[in-house]
Design a protein around this ligand. Structure first.
Ligand SMILES: *[C@@H]1O[C@H](CO)[C@@H](O)[C@H](O)[C@H]1NC(C)=O
Ligand SMILES: *[C@@H]1O[C@H](CO)[C@@H](O)[C@H](O)[C@H]1NC(C)=O
Ligand SMILES: *[C@@H]1O[C@H](CO)[C@@H](O)[C@H](O)[C@H]1NC(C)=O
Ligand SMILES: *[C@@H]1O[C@H](CO)[C@@H](O)[C@H](O)[C@H]1NC(C)=O
Ligand SMILES: *[C@@H]1O[C@H](CO)[C@@H](O)[C@H](O)[C@H]1NC(C)=O
Length: 352
């Protein structure tokens, strides 16, 4: 789960090169040369000099870093050594998530009560500087019948904050909003869409799973199919600045509360979740299965800046300083500033 793309590509090169050279009965000197090149590739620094390059199983390439002087502003990572292996968390002040626990009754205009649990830092899974992406664990939201009543619910809703001025945005191309349940219309809610930013606006993303509360219709749910019977998914809006939002539910009476009391919503890496019909039964099934969270993808960029033009001197806080990265002005949904992309290392030629 925590392997990284860069370490995989580094390890794939050396063996075939050495085998081809052996088959050609080349001199020992040539073989040593090839081995040395491979070793150099593996040692391409991904950090500033003297900085740790990993936390537990997670590689930490610049602009990320764990020690003072090792990261660019906004990209600090806390390496928590109370876990084995150690775990990496984003330390930028505006980045966190929490669960809002809310008691609803069908037909009431206001929640019966609401408790906001404390903010927690986002745990990193892996970072790809080449793609300007990091994966982190997000929490699953749930809505479950309460007090043995078909119209009473406790919702536990994920609220995610990435900070409006920070380097992170939710990737709109690599994540989906997924809903699971007998009837679920998950929503995304954000104050970013309200004119004065003092109230939340909900944003329906056209994802509806509906089995109409009829046990017979549960048979329509099919393993692996997330197309509106037991499971639904929706793409995220391209142009929206998704930095602060919550996942939310609409509610109605649940005649199947005894067997199917819960529905779920999650913003999750596309193609990661595979719907399975047993997920429709029982209490808090998905949050219990994924207590650490489910993977989702963040885009990162340096917000205030652009790549230096031809002949221009890079600014003093220029981010693409690692030996094998180059600068690309950000484009598309996350069009702020610039990103550092990884230069592809040319594999040495084996035939000539
Ligand atoms: C590390 O994780 C533990 C357990 O969650 C927590 O109590 C502690 O505060 C964390 N330490 C740091 C430095 O964040
Ligand atoms: C719900 O019903 C079960 C068994 O019918 C009972 O044990 C439980 O206490 C009830 N829960 C509430 C909150 O009323
Ligand atoms: C938000 O602010 C505007 C302008 O100050 C005001 O008219 C409106 O009533 C406010 N809304 C809420 C929900 O506080
Ligand atoms: C879906 O797969 C699970 C096992 O992963 C199985 O228990 C269940 O019966 C399957 N559902 C259907 C409708 O075949
Ligand atoms: C990036 O944008 C800046 C400012 O708009 C421009 O000067 C520079 O040439 C661009 N660089 C690239 C690589 O597109």
């Amino acid at each position: 789960m925590t392997t990284t793309r860069s370490s995989q590509s580094h390890h794939s090169q050396p063996l075939p090169i050495i085998l081809v050279l052996l088959a050609a009965a080349a001199s020992t000197r040539l073989i040593l040369q090839a081995a040395a090149t491979a070793e150099q590739d593996e040692k391409q620094p991904i950090t500033l000099p003297g900085c740790p390059d990993r936390c537990g199983d997670t590689l930490i390439p610049f602009p990320f870093g764990t020690k003072p002087g090792c990261f660019r502003e906004g990209f600090q990572v806390t390496c928590n050594d109370s876990f084995t292996p150690h775990r990496a968390f984003l330390a930028y002040a505006g980045v966190n998530q929490h669960i809002a626990e809310i008691y609803y009754k069908v037909g009431w205009h206001h929640p019966v009560w609401r408790t906001d649990h404390g903010n927690t830092a986002l745990e990193l899974i892996d970072i790809s500087v080449a793609d300007g992406e990091a994966r982190a664990y997000g929490l699953v939201s749930s809505l479950c019948n309460a007090a043995n009543l078909s119209g009473d619910y406790v919702a536990k809703c994920q609220n995610l904050a990435l900070g409006e001025r920070g380097p992170f945005l939710l990737s709109v191309t690599r994540n989906l909003l997924v809903g699971v349940g007998w009837r679920v219309e998950p929503k995304i809610m954000s104050y970013l869409w309200s004119a004065y930013r003092n109230s939340t606006y909900e944003f329906s993303l056209a994802c509806l799973s509906d089995l109409m509360g009829m046990p017979k219709l549960l048979q329509l749910a099919t393993n692996g199919s997330c197309s509106s019977r037991g499971c639904c998914q929706a793409a995220l809006p391209e142009a929206a600045p998704l930095t602060d939002f919550g996942t939310w539910f609409s509610i109605e009476d649940n005649p199947m509360w005894q067997t199917n009391p819960c529905t779920y919503a999650m913003v999750v890496e596309s193609d990661w979740y595979r719907f399975s019909t047993p997920d429709l039964y029982g209490v808090e099934v998905l949050p219990r299965r994924y207590p650490r969270g489910i993977p989702f993808v963040l885009d990162f960029s340096i917000r205030n800046g652009a790549c230096p033009g031809k002949g221009q001197k890079p600014p003093p806080d220029y981010a693409c300083v690692s030996g094998n990265s180059y600068c690309a002005n950000a484009t598309g949904g996350a069009a702020h500033g610039y990103v550092c992309r990884h230069r592809r290392v040319q594999a040495p030629k084996t035939e000539s």
